[in-house]
Design a protein around this ligand. Sequence first.
Ligand SMILES: [Zn+2]
Length: 204
Amino acid sequence: MNSEPDTREPDTREPDTPESDTPESDIKDWTWTLTRRCEQCGLSAGEIPVDEVPERAFVAAEEWVAILRSSPAVGARPTPGVWSPLEYGAHVRDVYRLFDQRIAAMVTEQVPTFANWDQGEAAVVGRYAELDSDVVAAELETAAVAFVDRLRSLEPRQRERRGRRSDGREFTVASLSRYLLHDVIHHLWDVTGQPDATTSLELG
Ligand SMILES: [Zn+2]
């Protein structure tokens, strides 16, 4: 029996997600979220002004920290095949870390190709399910602050620097940071069922 959890949601909650193999691999194509609103979490990542991305990425991280510190029960999976909030939180921590590294590479190298990141393998190797939720909360916050600080340190022209995923898909710093934002907010929806609170803000 495969004890590896999947992150699939019931079909009723993903009317038009292209595919939801489990756990998500880096190859899974979530890039559509950059061009249209995600009906699940409610975020229109592609419409978020690039200047707002750092603040929103920080606010989302603070929500994650609050969830991880809310109760020891965050380590419990809602069903055996779905990640616990702790496991999602560890994944989100690693997303902030990884995307910080990727953006650093995009700024310093000519169109770097990112090594593939197998998210399911990362969860197993990183023993997400066995981690201490308070430790993950602190690490997530540190990772998010580093990511946000890096974004804020960039010159406007550096947001157009490019990088390529191992599947050939090209990103700019701007689109990759929006991609991150959707990822961390979408996973908030995964664990809370609440659409992104910040989507009610006026979008210029
Ligand atoms: Zn979403």
